[in-house]
Design a protein around this ligand. Structure first.
Ligand code: FPP
Length: 248
């Protein structure tokens, strides 16, 4: 994005690492998959709240390229959750004007799931209220590699613009705000290219507990940030009183 200066109160694009489902379940002596089910409830509420607030793009990390290394029952539980979500949630998303995109490597998914993803995308393709990107079997390194491979196959020069256009999130502007729940302070291979100028927000709350009030708090924090995109504070907000400016 090229917007500069104080962050707009409501970010255009929010991206979320929904961490902490496993710990939420373990604390309650439940299987980890129960935490992911509760995480899906939190995600449903989050999509609705973001739409109501006027957020235009929401991108979530639902399954990483590295999550295949988890115990087999957890991997199959997440695949079943995705399949169930496709049939149960998509009609509601359609009713709410949400356009869904699945972002990631689909080659490892079953034919049935792949067909479901394509049908959900086709059904919601005419919606404009909120673009909802679900990153599934996604990794930032995978994305950069597949984009470079596309350009190489077409014999195109690699530039920032050509690479950006070949990336899996080329249909949306870069995220303004990236939220990670669950108390960890890392990116975990999420949106490595697109995060260049995103504001980062970390919460100790576990994802199933990250409710509308927690989203509002993250957005309020974002509203206090000064976005400089490499410029100085004076260039970005030349009339602002010095005491309100943040250190570089
Ligand atoms: C990370 O928490 C979360 C995931 C790997 C899965 C996220 C999935 C959902 C929120 C449900 C929505 C799912 C679909 C299929 C649309 P973690 O398990 O690493 O938590 P931990 O750090 O406490 O172990």
């Amino acid at each position: 994005m090229t917007r500069m200066g104080t962050a707009r109160t409501v970010p255009h694009h929010i991206a979320i690492v929904m961490d902490g489902n496993g710990r939420w379940a373990t604390k309650r002596f439940l299987p980890r998959v129960a935490g992911h089910k509760k995480g899906l409830d939190a995600l449903r509420a989050c999509v609705r709240h973001c739409g109501d607030l006027g957020v235009k793009v929401l991108t979530v990390f639902a399954f990483s390229s590295e999550n295949w290394n988890r115990p087999a029952d957890e991997v199959s539980g997440l695949m079943e959750l995705l399949a169930a979500a496709l049939s149960r949630e998509v009609p509601q998303l359609q009713a709410e004007g949400v356009r869904i995109h699945f972002v990631g490597d689909r080659s490892a998914l079953s034919d049935k799931v792949r067909t479901g993803l394509a049908q959900a995308e086709a059904l919601t393709a005419g919606n404009h209220r909120l673009v909802f990107n679900v990153c599934f079997n996604y990794g930032g390194r995978w994305d950069m590699t597949q984009a470079a491979a596309q350009l190489a196959a077409r014999g195109e020069a690699i530039t920032e613009l050509s690479l950006s256009r070949a990336m899996a999130l080329a249909h949306v502007p870069d995220p303004d705000l990236i939220i990670r729940t669950g108390g960890e302070l890392r990116m975990s291979n999420f949106l490595l290219w697109q995060a260049a100028y995103s504001e980062l927000y970390f919460s100790d709350k576990l994802w199933p507990e990250f409710d509308a009030a927690a989203i509002d708090k993250a957005i309020a924090d974002y509203g206090r940030r000064e976005r400089r995109f490499g410029r100085t504070s004076d260039q970005v907000a030349p009339t602002a009183p010095r005491t309100t400016r943040k250190a570089a």
